[in-house]
Design a binder for this molecule. Structure first.
Ligand SMILES: N[C@@H](CCC(=O)N[C@@H](CS)C(=O)NCC(=O)O)C(=O)O
Length: 114
């Protein structure tokens, strides 16, 4: 979600996507950007932020480009409901059970992440 929003807005910010699943946990420089050692971690003009929802909404509001969120309250509420459903009920299956197991681990992207 955070990466998709950056892609739609353009490359004027940085975020960390390197593998953090290293023996011993995430690197100290990553911990400085995300105290829980997770991804994504994001920086824009010296402003650091973590948590995908916060990053995505910031990208939408602070960066130029097409609006990513519906303008009307009901449309935004529906969007937030869908994001929450995906985070709460679909994330584990989609990311860890399917993407990580079948794409990442099997090297479908041309390299092994760990
Ligand atoms: N609530 C956080 C969740 C962050 C999160 O769990 N990220 C996952 C990847 S999508 C992660 O870093 N997993 C690796 C790990 O837990 O070691 C957010 O929305 O940014």
């Amino acid at each position: 979600m955070a990466f998709a929003s950056r892609w739609k807005k353009g490359p004027s910010s940085t975020s960390s996507s390197r593998s953090i699943s290293l023996p011993g946990g995430s690197r100290p420089e990553h911990r400085a950007r995300h105290p829980f050692g997770k991804i994504p971690a994001f920086e824009h003009d010296g402003f650091r932020l973590y948590e995908a929802g916060a990053i995505t909404r910031y990208v939408d509001e602070a960066l130029p480009g097409p609006r990513l969120q519906p303008e009307d309250p009901r449309g935004r509420a529906r969007m937030n409901q869908i994001v929450s459903i995906l985070d709460s009920y679909a994330y584990g299956t989609l990311v860890w059970d399917i993407y990580v197991e079948r794409v990442f681990r099997l090297g479908a992207l041309g390299e092994r992440a760990w």
